[in-house]
Design a binder for this molecule. Structure first.
Ligand SMILES: Cc1cc2nc3c(=O)[nH]c(=O)nc-3n(C[C@H](O)[C@H](O)[C@H](O)COP(=O)(O)OP(=O)(O)OC[C@H]3O[C@@H](n4cnc5c(N)ncnc54)[C@H](O)[C@@H]3O)c2cc1C
Length: 310
């Protein structure tokens, strides 16, 4: 009987074997993926155990079994804030993307699954003359990633739109109202509470479609100071009182490159994968920036991007 197994004393191989037996029983099968194809940096090795659940029940099951067998796991949205290891990832990768991307409208309320693209949500909202989501058109994010990171720009934050978040910790599904999400600057409880977001309920407002389009355009124009269209993961460092880009620029690091990675000559808080960069190139650049800014300015920079790897 499965309940009689002492999971803690099982060897790692046995735990993996039992995990695969149980996931297969639920018709959940892992695939092997190249992380460079699933992250906007375009770097990273193989993830052998990637699961693509299609609903919250499957998501809950994978999470439950990962925890039961004490296997490491990582939730990947659109990979636009993730630096994946050259050595890949040997844990359970839970990928929430097109497979998990339903967006439903009911009046001014939107329910979006975690894997939905924020720019798709913004487009559909605009088509329905709903305003408030214009800034989402500029982010290459999944809805789940945008909640977790409380993504935003130009004074707008994802948290401004959230009514509630449905999430699972593998032992049931819970609804977090916005005030229970612990939103702050690039912060939410989901970065540390072990819950995985399945869907989000948002509230927008009615507005003239023309005005929505005009605002989207003007926000897009402001983004031209960033290296859009390049292989990057957005801001590498969190901003403090002095913007990180200014600090890095003042240290003379703008345009500095190492291997195939470069501190963007356009925006110093972005690192771009210029030509076949490796994760190690990018990680080394991050260390150089941190050390230089500390030596020259006495300021410790904290990274915004998340690391995926063993
Ligand atoms: C060109 C470019 C421009 C950008 N501009 C901005 C900007 O203006 N403002 C801004 O805030 N960000 C910006 N970003 C960064 C990025 O788009 C955001 O951080 C975004 O929210 C990440 O979403 P994602 O789905 O890609 O997350 P991922 O990189 O896949 O994951 C990020 C983190 O969220 C966790 N996570 C993902 N999905 C879930 C889930 N369903 N449940 C629980 N945890 C989850 C992951 O485990 C990881 O810790 C930019 C990135 C790029 C490439």
């Amino acid at each position: 009987m499965i309940n009689e197994i002492d999971y803690a004393t099982m060897t790692i191989t046995k735990r993996w074997r039992q995990f695969f037996v149980e996931t297969a029983r639920e018709e959940l099968f892992p695939t092997e993926i190249e992380l460079k194809d699933y992250t906007t940096f375009g770097v990273g090795g193989k993830a052998k155990n990637a699961f693509f659940p299609t609903d919250i029940k499957q998501l809950e099951k994978i999470l439950f079994l990962s925890k039961r067998y004490e296997l490491p796991y990582y939730v990947l949205g659109r990979g636009s804030n993730t630096l994946a290891s050259d050595d890949g990832y040997g844990g359970v990768l839970i990928a929430l993307r097109n497979n998990f991307s339903q967006i439903d409208f009911k009046g001014e309320t939107i329910t979006a699954q975690a894997g939905a693209l924020t720019c798709q949500l913004a487009k559909l909202a605009c088509e329905r003359s709903l305003c408030g989501a214009e800034f989402l058109a500029l982010l290459p994010a999944s809805v789940g990633g945008a909640v977790t990171m409380n993504a935003g720009c130009f004074g707008y934050s994802f948290s401004d739109l959230v009514v509630s978040v449905e999430a699972t910790n593998g032992n049931g599904v819970e609804v977090f109202t916005a005030n229970k999400c612990g939103f702050g600057y690039r912060k939410s409880v989901f970065q540390e509470n072990g819950y995985v977001i399945g869907s989000v309920k948002l509230k927008l407002k009615r507005a003239d479609k023309q005005n929505i389009e005009t605002l989207t355009k003007s926000l897009r124009a402001k983004k031209y100071s960033q290296p859009l269209g390049e292989r990057t993961a957005g801001s590498v460092f969190l901003n403090g009182e002095i913007p990180s880009a200014k600090l890095i620029d003042e240290c003379g690091l703008k345009g500095f490159s190492l291997g195939g990675a470069e501190i963007s000559a356009k925006h110093a808080n972005f690192i771009v994968n210029r030509s076949n960069a490796t994760q190690k190139d990018i990680s080394t650049l991050i260390d150089i920036v941190k050390n230089t800014v500390f030596e020259k300015k006495g300021i410790i920079l904290d990274t915004e991007i998340k690391f995926l790897g063993d």
